[in-house]
Design a protein. Structure first.
Length: 158
């Protein structure tokens, strides 16, 4: 791990070795890990003095530049999102208008068809009403005739 430049910690050694953490704290193993950690810390100190690592001011400058870049990117992202929202809204409006026009045309055709059926049914209804009236007149006449017949039959013959 030291040669690969990985950070040596008790947990990292346990994971790399595939053993539990209590084993790396055991006497005999712990000393080796502590030596590796102190060598890494010494190397880190030498690298700082040799200028191989970034200084605090350099890191602070990089952080500020990164923050400014993030702000710019966030603003750009929001602008792009708003643009996409508008374009989608326009597309939906255009699709909606075309779909609505087609739907209105369908409903108009159905309305005409239903009005035709309604007129036809009104005609049938009127015809049925006339036929019902004629049948009721015939029934009334038949009843009246039947009554006369019954009266005539029930009269005494004298």
């Amino acid at each position: 791990m030291v040669e690969r430049g990985e950070c040596v910690t008790f947990t990292a050694v346990a994971k790399a070795a595939g053993v539990s953490t209590w084993l790396v704290y055991a006497e005999g193993v712990r000393e080796h890990i502590e030596r590796a950690r102190s060598r890494q810390a010494a190397r880190s100190h030498r690298d700082n003095q040799a200028g191989l690592t970034a200084s605090q001011s350099s890191m602070a400058t990089d952080l500020e530049l990164t923050r400014a870049d993030n702000q710019r990117l966030r603003a750009e992202l929001e602008t792009l999102r708003e643009t996409v929202r508008r374009q989608l809204g326009q597309q939906l409006d255009q699709l909606g208008a075309a779909d609505l026009a087609e739907r209105i045309e369908d409903l108009t055709r159905q309305n005409r068809s239903l009005r035709g059926e309604l007129d036809e049914l009104k005609g049938l209804y009127a015809g049925s009403q006339r036929q019902l009236a004629e049948t009721e007149d015939d029934l009334s006449a038949a009843r009246a005739s039947l009554r006369r017949m019954i009266r005539n039959e029930n009269r005494p013959l004298f």
